[in-house]
Design a protein around this ligand. Structure first.
Ligand code: 13P
Length: 250
């Protein structure tokens, strides 16, 4: 059985007080019978506090980035061992904002994924096409290429440690959610690629989540699609009630 997952990517938002308030609010509203895995991803300075606040709850805390090196002269970077030392064991890698604004290319992303997996991190690996590729009907090629250049270089994948997040760039922060059919079409394409590469057992058990302007009003229809196993939520995860409504939409 595939895991259902909803993760809130808080990006570069909120100060310490806002972060802790949001965590308290999410904690108080979360239904403790849920079998959905729930993640929140505050900014680096607040991860330790978030870990402490979420201890003993169903909320997992994940990092938004990781450096591929062990340690050393990499000013401004954060290593896997630093994250581990505060109790973080999952990370988002390959977000389109990292690719676009911080020039993270496929080869760097592969190094990051390899480093994170080798340290037993759970990796949310993001892929997605831009608006031109969508309009030119080139989106399947782009997604295939992104996978071929990155995680498909890994011999064996552990479905407990890898989650694919399909995030069409044109849907991120734009209010333009992919339609449930568009999401399903791409998720089933990705699952087929996984099957061809790693076999049907892996493809059946790997969670593929959708991200891009998911709102409480759209979540249920998107999550209702066969190959959509949850969501990676940006803007709507900054409002506790919206985030909880999305979690409850699975
Ligand atoms: P929005 O939900 O704000 O579109 O962001 C999605 C996203 O980028 C999650 O990683």
């Amino acid at each position: 059985m595939r895991k259902k997952i909803v993760a809130g990517n808080w990006k570069m938002n909120n100060d310490l007080t806002m972060t802790t308030d949001l965590i308290e609010s999410v904690k108080s509203k979360l239904n403790f019978n849920t079998d959905t895995q729930v993640f929140i991803s505050p900014s680096f300075p607040f991860l330790h506090e978030a870990i402490k606040k979420c201890k003993g709850t169903l909320i997992n805390v994940t990092a938004q980035n990781i450096n591929e090196n062990e340690s050393g002269a990499y000013t401004g970077e954060v290593s896997s061992s630093m994250l581990k030392s505060i109790g973080i064991n999952s990370v988002i890698i390959g977000h389109s904002e990292r690719r676009q604004y911080f020039n993270e290319c496929d080869s760097t992303l592969l190094k990051k994924v390899n480093k994170a997996l080798s340290e037993n991190f759970k990796v949310f690996f993001c892929i997605g096409e831009n608006i031109d590729d969508r309009n030119n009907n080139n989106y399947f090629n782009i997604i295939k290429q992104q996978l071929n250049n990155t995680i498909f270089n890994i011999d064996k994948i552990d479905v407990n440690n890898l989650i694919i997040a399909y995030e069409p760039i044109w849907a991120i922060g734009t209010g333009l959610t992919a339609s449930p059919d568009q999401a399903q079409e791409m998720h089933s394409f990705i699952r087929k690629l996984i099957k061809d590469k790693y076999g049907s057992k892996i493809s059946k058990n790997l969670s593929i989540i959708y991200g891009g302007s998911v709102k409480p009003s759209s979540a249920r229809d998107i999550f209702g699609k066969t190959d959509v196993d949850g969501g990676l939520i940006g803007g709507a995860s900054l409002k506790a009630q919206d985030f909880i409504d999305i979690v409850n939409s699975i």
